[in-house]
Design a binder for this molecule. Sequence first.
Ligand code: DGL
Length: 270
Amino acid sequence: MTSGNRSPIGIIDSGMGGITIWTEIVRTMPQEEVVYWADSANCPYGGKSRQEIESLVAAGVERLVREGVKIIVIACNTATTAAIGNLRERWPGLPFVGLEPAVKPAALSTKSGVIGVLGTAYTVNSDMFRRTAEKYASGVRIIATAGNGLVEQVEKGLEDAPETETLLRAYIEPMLAEGADKLVLACTHYPLLTAAIRRIIGSREMEIINPAPAIARHTLELLRERNLLTDSTELGVHRFIGSGDQEDIERLKARAQQYKNSYNETGNGK
Ligand code: DGL
């Protein structure tokens, strides 16, 4: 029996970060329709309280539910950390995919026994992160750093600005100095900084871990398991909506397209 489900996939982030996940979802499931919610009016989430983040994310989810989505990808580590439990309770029939720092693959593959994790202050200081680290990285040293200011730079389109590089250098150099050979990007905005991060790493040995391919695969598996994959053979339509103004939406669309093109060319976004 085939029962294709042509309802859209919902993706949610505080702003532009989710486009790093969207890009892999489009590559993995080109026929799926997608609606992307960006909470640009309230970005960044990283310095807010759990209650604030929970209610902002719930408002975005409500909006995506009104769009008729069949699954929601919480394409934001901070929102997942603060709100995923509450969302699953409130919408028990709706599948959610969340983002947790990719500590496990980093811990399994490190040769030096030291890994760096860069996330928002909310994520790296959370109990969820502490539990993930204990569960998957015992015996490995984790240097977890809050990337304060980076989300703001990405939202302003300043990925290659000297101030952005200065911030990144302050966060990543100490990890390199301690021998970290893996850098887990635990905020979906950070893969947009890949080019700047590569400039800092230079010829030193440090693998950048972007969770997007694993998240897209997991979303595909979940849709397949629940018989929710589309049966359309056309390329899916993608819509971008959010709490910001029209200018924010236009910038988001342009950045998404640009990131996807550069990612497809190089296997890495820029
Ligand atoms: N993309 C979000 C994340 O993955 C950024 C959070 C923020 O808005 O501070 O954590």
